[in-house]
Design a protein around this ligand. Structure first.
Ligand SMILES: Cc1cc2nc3c(=O)[nH]c(=O)nc-3n(C[C@H](O)[C@H](O)[C@H](O)COP(=O)(O)OP(=O)(O)OC[C@H]3O[C@@H](n4cnc5c(N)ncnc54)[C@H](O)[C@@H]3O)c2cc1C
Length: 385
């Protein structure tokens, strides 16, 4: 029996697991697939900037239950291991899994697919926080803080920060019901995009009466009772303090790769990944999505890599050779600013607000998110080519 072991069940791994089961494992008597995941739900990060607001998106669209949908597979072909990959030993071809019930299990692999993604800093549920219980608990806590808050601070000039500030502006500050501050370190948000796109995003936030604090960084955020004391360093270097009842830092992601031996990791913590999506020196290990260092950590690139594996895994298993992935560096960013506007960039073209709203902002992918882990869709329409 050839064991295919998949670590993680996020955006990148869902199409791989479903298509591999359908086209390779079930039709043959040679393979068994093990899926290792700490979470009993499929987490949908794309909608989290809206889902953190109370009452906006039902849980089952951003935390889609998965266990029952795997019941269709026979146990001799498929095993769902609820736990976290703890130690990878590429020489022995084993993964030690710390199971959610406190026990541990060592799984032997012939082919390993690492799709463990990344986690948000500061324990905000932008990404999954291990078990579904932990993610749900943090989501509820953030929603409750926002519900009660008079003043809310969002920090971070990337896409998560600006989309969250936009959602809060749309729901609250444009109507004067809550005060929303948005702190970021550059002159305009989203430094990786073109200036006209960044200016459009800023102008949309201004219309929603979000109080932007550019060229400003958070020095510390301390919780005292029900309030956060947020110390800022402003453009001229002077300190400023804001007292808020909700604080949403969106200050970057950390790759979930601690289980891999140090030589497999690049300087930024992601796993070294060749153009064939393999680990250098370990051709039986494939890496997809945010856990790998071949491309920027975006859903669009994660899907492209996943679809490459879907297309070429059969050939790889029979010949041992994996086709190279045509890496695209083209910028693809659709940025929602509130529930009716947006901006974005594809290549060097700025996207129209109405197009971003139509493709992304209306639903933030929650119209398809329940279909993806069930294998009934491969990716969100806006990301499909
Ligand atoms: C708020 C937010 C909004 C975003 N919006 C966009 C967008 O609009 N467009 C875009 O292109 N990109 C967007 N992104 C980026 C996108 O979400 C990521 O690139 C994408 O989630 C990567 O998918 P992945 O499957 O590689 O990793 P993940 O989605 O992180 O999934 C990894 C899975 O592995 C599990 N896991 C972690 N560690 C282990 C372990 N040791 N063992 C087993 N399982 C493990 C995790 O629980 C998780 O379920 C956004 C990100 C955030 C945070």
């Amino acid at each position: 029996m050839h064991n295919i072991v998949v670590l993680g069940f996020g955006l990148a791994s869902a199409p791989i697991v479903r298509q591999t089961m359908r086209t390779i494992v079930l039709p043959s008597d040679k393979y068994k697939l093990y899926l290792v995941t700490p979470s009993s739900t499929y987490h949908w990060p794309i909608a989290m900037p809206r889902a953190v607001l109370p009452g906006q998106i039902p849980d089952e669209k951003v935390l889609v239950p998965i266990e029952s949908s795997f019941a269709e597979y026979p146990t001799e072909k498929f095993s769902l291991v609820m736990g976290t990959a703890d130690v990878l030993d590429p020489a022995a071809k084993t993964v030690v899994v710390a199971r959610n019930d406190g026990t541990s299990e060592t799984i032997n692999y012939d082919t390993l697919i690492v799709a463990t993604g990344s986690s948000a800093r500061d324990d905000v549920p932008w990404k999954a926080l291990g078990t579904t219980e932990k993610t749900t608990e943090r989501l509820r806590a953030v929603q409750a803080e926002i519900e009660k808050a008079k003043t809310i601070v969002v920090a971070g000039g990337g896409m998560t920060g600006i989309e969250t500030a936009g959602e809060l502006g749309f729901e609250y500050s444009q109507h004067g019901t809550k005060e929303v501050y948005y702190v970021f370190s550059e002159t305009l948000p989203m430094p990786s995009l073109k200036e006209n796109v960044r200016k459009a995003a800023q102008s949309e936030l201004d219309k929603l009466k979000v109080k932007s604090l550019p060229c400003t960084t958070v020095s510390s955020a301390t919780k005292k009772g029900d309030e956060y004391i947020i110390e800022l360093r402003t453009a001229d270097g002077s300190p400023k303090t804001i007292t808020a009842q909700a604080y949403l830092p969106a200050l970057g992601l950390t790759p979930n790769t601690a289980f891999a031996p140090a030589p497999m990791r690049a300087a930024d913590g992601r796993l070294k990944q060749t153009a064939t999506l393999q680990a250098p020196d370990h051709p039986e290990i494939l890496i997809v999505g945010d856990a790998g260092n071949l491309q920027f950590s975006t859903a669009a690139y994660a899907y492209e890599q996943a679809l490459h594996v879907v297309k070429h895994l059969g050939e790889y298993l029979s010949t041992g050779t994996m086709a190279p992935h045509q890496v695209s560096d083209k910028i693809q960013a659709a940025v929602t600013i509130g529930r009716s506007r947006g901006t974005g960039q594809v290549g060097s073209f700025k996207l129209f607000s109405i197009l971003v709203w139509w493709l992304k902002g209306r639903f933030l992918g929650t119209d398809v998110s329940p279909l993806l882990p069930a294998g009934k869709r491969t990716s969100m329409a806006v990301l499909e080519k």
